[in-house]
Write a protein that binds this ligand. Structure first.
Ligand SMILES: [Zn+2]
Length: 354
């Protein structure tokens, strides 16, 4: 029986924020929702020409809303289409980049109750693939830039909207944009942080992301000489994999904290009612508090901010119904806390499955 654990992923560091604006007029909210609906209708999954068409649509929107023809560029010649739109500022100072991505994760209609690429709107929600990640933020940024143009706002330096086309998969266009704009004074990533509303719809908090966890995929594979299923052996690649997956599922990485996460829990805890708010405050004060850790880690919204996480996401194994499996694999996706070495996470996974 042999086993290999390979590191496939890479890291991305980003920051996010939002410009301060007065209350948004209802017609602008409506226009944003309309553009969001249109955005969702583009099936911008990996390799689909809709990514280019969506970029063209956004370019058209920006040009119709005050951007000069030459200041909006759609590049479909690279690994994935990108959109760059320059909001000319009053100086040549290093620009501020507004970052986002146009692509979405694949969505299979059979897994959905409605067409994933058609926006469904209820009183409270809009539903569709990318309704949050990242077409919401892209729509917000495009609509806000259009609004600023209409109001005659002139930034002190260039504001550059830079949208990638393969953030969910290869990140090659993201890397190209990062290289191109590496001299920026600030990068605001619409894909990080975000606003939270109270029950009555009024604003509760707006969170900013100061760093991104390292993304890493690990492939864990068990192999076996195999044989005919009429002559089963004790050693079996699928059984070994199942035990390994079970151990990964039960494993918890140690708690990690940073200045940002502790401050986040301190502030959010003060605004959050009930046991969850108490757990946040307790954690901010004593990050080793077992009860607080348990409460936060059982909440998908907050588990990621308490340390490194790894989760099994895809399985494959066996090659015939009547043969002993010669190979069984699982992909484990890890989100590694800033400051933790991905190699240490790999070693931890090896020790868990060994
Ligand atoms: Zn995203």
């Amino acid at each position: 029986m042999s086993r290999s654990v390979a590191l496939i992923g890479a890291a991305l560091i980003s920051a996010a924020a939002t410009p301060a604006l007065s209350e948004t007029p209802p017609e602008i909210v409506e226009r944003a929702i309309e553009l969001l609906g249109e955005s969702i209708s583009f099936r911008t999954v990996e390799g689909d020409d809709d990514i280019r068409l969506y970029a063209e649509r956004l370019a058209d929107f920006l040009r119709k809303n005050g951007f000069a023809e030459a200041d909006v560029e759609v590049d479909a010649t690279g690994p994935a289409p990108t959109l760059v739109a320059i909001y000319q500022g009053e100086s040549d100072d290093a620009p501020i980049i507004l970052s986002g991505h146009m692509d979405v994760v694949e969505a299979k209609p059979e897994d959905w109750e409605q067409d994933p690429f058609k926006m469904t709107r209820t009183d409270e929600f809009v539903i569709g693939r990318g309704a949050v990640d990242n077409k919401f933020d892209v729509t917000m940024m495009a609509t806000t830039l259009a609004r600023l143009k209409a109001e005659g706002f002139k930034p002190a330096r260039d504001l550059i909207l830079a949208l990638s086309g393969d953030e969910e998969t290869q990140m090659k266009s993201t890397a190209i944009l990062a290289k191109r704009f590496k001299n920026a004074s600030l990068v605001l990533n619409g894909d990080g942080g975000g606003g939270t509303l109270k029950e009555d719809g009024s604003p509760l908090a707006y969170s900013l992301q100061t760093a991104e966890k390292t993304y890493a995929d690990f492939a864990i594979t068990f192999t076996n000489p195999g044989g005919h299923s009429s002559r089963p052996t004790r050693e079996n690649a699928i059984y070994s994999l199942a035990r390994a997956v079970d151990r990964i599922g039960a494993f918890e990485f140690p708690v990690s904290t940073s200045e940002t996460t502790l401050e986040f829990f301190r502030r959010t805890g003060a605004m959050t009612e009930g046991p969850l708010g108490e757990a946040m405050l307790k954690f901010a004060e004593t990050p080793q508090n077992k009860k607080a850790i348990k409460a936060l880690r059982s909440n998908p919204e907050y588990v990621g901010q308490t340390g490194t996480t790894c989760v099994a996401t895809m399985l494959s194994g066996g090659h015939a119904l009547n043969a002993l499996p010669q190979r069984a694999s699982v992909f484990v996706n890890c989100r590694i806390f800033p400051g933790v070495d991905p190699e240490d996470v790999r070693k931890t996974l090896v020790s868990i499955v060994d």
